[in-house]
Design a binder for this molecule. Structure first.
Ligand SMILES: [Zn+2]
Length: 133
């Protein structure tokens, strides 16, 4: 178990190896094929399709109580540096915290492995996260 701050928000995170009632986000990584989770996944060598996905498994009183995050190994395993993987993780975890796509931080829709990797939440996203939690 680790406990870390989700910088620069107020959220304290921890990692559990056991899936129980208190786990808020379950992370999966595999080689997904189109149709898994109801979406079209990034094909090997292609440029379109999902490389990561955040879904809600359990809703109570209108709020998602448990999310799943899915990372496509066929994309993440080909990334040589941590930047693109960190950018993707930032975005998918951001979705579990209630953030939608926008242009200014890691919530930008496209992850460009050859471009600048945006691996942080800007002040706007931080304010939204801290307002929600
Ligand atoms: Zn997204």
């Amino acid at each position: 178990m680790r406990n870390q701050q989700l910088d620069p928000t107020h959220i304290v995170t921890g990692m559990a190896v056991e899936n129980n009632y208190y786990v808020d986000v379950v992370v999966h990584q595999d080689n997904y094929v189109s149709g898994d989770c109801g979406v079209t996944w990034h094909p090997d060598g292609g440029s379109d399709g999902y490389i990561g996905l955040a879904t809600c498994r359990w809703v109570r009183d209108g709020d998602c109580q448990r999310h799943d995050v899915w990372y496509d190994s066929s994309w993440t395993s080909r990334r040589i540096s941590d930047g693109p993987r960190d950018a993707l993780a930032c975005q998918e975890i951001g979705h579990t915290l209630g953030l939608t796509h926008r242009a200014d931080d890691c919530m930008r829709r496209k992850i460009d492995p050859g471009g600048i990797q945006v691996t942080y939440y800007d002040d706007h996203s931080v304010r939204l996260i801290n307002t929600n939690y």
